[in-house]
Ligand binder design. Structure first.
Ligand code: BG6
Length: 483
């Protein structure tokens, strides 16, 4: 299958924080892969902007090194990298002061799309937006891209929205949640709304429950300072898992256009019930065989921050009333495995008599690794031994099903950056969505703080604390294995 590349218009993309970790790991490699695919216009420019003094040659060297480090060898070749970095420039800038802004203004080309990527800490979002506006570097068609964390509670998110709104319209603001750029996450919408098969069953009448798991094997070492002030609730649940929950639970939008999709997502967030104390389990990983504990990684001996969360969530609307959605995410777990599992109810009556241990239909959407889908169906066990039933997977690995194209699944960032250039906000969070998500998480966090709750310890390499298993057991269900 040949990949279709739809060209984008010419652009100047300024990356504030252009020498930082995210730029080197994700943004630049993402752009390189689009260049490789033939999607980056010949004259398009990447302009790194950061505090340090550097010339174009220095920046080109820096991004060449980043590509060598973060792009797999099979995708690299010296000439392509040289051609790519020739489209990069650098300009020093003081985000909080005046230095560099005139130079940046002079550098920008007229009549091409201008996009500004704020790959910096949130405290710089406001000053950058203001300066772009005041120096008339941004026009009505310019876009800004802001990274998470978008606030740490409702109040700070509102303040951020306000400050950005004083210089940019909502249609110019691209709030990144990189989970929305993951190919399989977009596939969720294709599967739900591009097929007739699933949608009629997609409700409380047929779905017993849903499990959303994002399990990681990494700890927080190296970024403990940030993480300790955030924890799994702010770092993962409020954004990534919430977005997955929205896509799985939302009503079909009338069109696949930004506001139609985001309106439906917002309705899901607003329909979430408050979470009761016994519906949530927090965990913190302990030391294991020489690998450091969370306390050591965060360098905060008194930390009560959670590196794991499991919770039961209810969406109170006609479609979902009575179908719990279980969310689970954590660091240092048994495997890196992210999936959404829709567990259907049993048929109303078994014509085959009692079937011990039967487990019914499950649709699993694997986000990573091994992106794909798997539907467990019941069939007759082959052989002459009577009508015995077994479950078999109807398995579809995207890599296998789609051949070369499926094996080369684009990284979330490359898709999202191109959407910014195309001016398509569908996969970006709207201001009201982010605020609604904080409005739901704030009371949960406030309740822990008030009670002085401590997370439950769990072993590195496990599936999280015992209490997380109990959360489902007491409902007569069990978590899918993390593997
Ligand atoms: C980030 C979180 O947003 O997402 C990290 O801050 C987390 O803590 C990461 O590790 C997970 O992303 P991915 O794409 O590796 O699943």
């Amino acid at each position: 299958m040949v990949s279709r590349v739809i060209p984008v218009d010419d652009f100047d993309l300024v990356i504030f924080g252009g020498t930082g970790d995210l730029a080197r790991r994700k943004i630049i490699p993402g752009l390189y892969r689009r260049f490789l695919a033939g999607q980056m216009p010949e004259k398009a420019r990447i302009i790194g902007a950061a505090r340090g003094e550097m010339d174009d040659a220095g920046y080109r060297k820096l991004i060449t090194d980043a590509l060598n480090e973060f792009v797999p060898a099979s995708k690299r070749d010296a000439t392509t990298i040289e051609d790519f970095v020739a489209q990069a420039h650098y300009t020093p800038i003081d985000a909080m002061g005046d230095a560099g802004w005139k130079d940046l203004a002079a550098l920008m080309r007229p009549d091409v799309i201008r996009a500004f990527y704020f790959s910096v800490g949130p405290r710089l979002f406001g000053p950058l937006a203001e300066r772009l506006h005041d120096h008339k570097i941004a026009d009505d068609d310019s876009r800004i891209v802001v990274e998470k964390p978008f606030g740490r509670d409702l109040e700070s998110a509102r303040a951020l929205n306000k400050v950005l709104a004083s210089s940019f319209d909502e249609h110019q603001i691209y709030r990144i949640d990189h989970y929305l750029g993951k190919e399989t996450v977009q596939n969720l919408m294709a599967v739900r709304f591009g097929n007739i098969l699933f949608e009629p069953l997609w409700n409380a009448q047929y779905v017993d429950h849903i499990q959303i798991t994002v399990a990681e094997t990494v700890g927080v070492g190296g970024r403990g300072g940030y993480y300790d002030k955030s924890g799994a609730m702010r770092d993962m649940i409020q954004n990534h898992l919430m977005q997955l929950l929205c896509l799985i639970a939302m009503e079909p939008p009338s069109h696949f256009d930004p506001d139609a999709v985001r309106d439906e997502k917002l309705k899901v967030i607003r329909a979430l019930d408050p979470v009761e104390r016994d519906e949530i389990v927090r965990g913190q990983y302990r030391a294991d065989d020489g690998s450091p504990s969370y306390i050591e990684d965060s360098e905060n001996p008194k930390s009560t921050t959670e590196s794991f969360i499991a919770m039961r969530v209810h969406v109170s609307n006609w479609r979902w009333k009575g179908t719990p959605i279980y969310l689970r995410t954590g660091k240092k777990l048994r495997a890196r495995a992210s999936e959404i599992a829709v567990v259907f109810k049993d048929p109303p009556h078994s014509i085959f008599g009692p079937q011990e241990g039967r487990r019914g239909n499950v649709l699993v959407i694997r986000l990573q690794p091994d992106e794909g889908m798997n539907l467990r169906v019941t069939i007759k066990e082959p052989g002459p031994g009577g009508m015995r039933l077994i479950e078999v997977p109807l398995d579809m690995s995207f890599a296998e099903a789609l051949g070369e194209e499926g094996a080369d699944i684009p990284d979330a960032y490359e898709r999202l950056i191109m959407d910014v250039i195309r001016g398509n906000q569908t996969l970006f969070m709207r201001g009201d969505e982010v605020e609604a998500a904080w409005a739901w998480t704030d009371p949960i966090i406030a309740a822990w703080e008030e009670r002085g709750d401590k997370p439950k310890p769990y072993d590195a390499g496990s599936s999280g604390p015992e209490d997380a298993l109990m959360l489902l057991h007491k409902d007569g269900r069990r978590w899918r294995e993390i593997k």
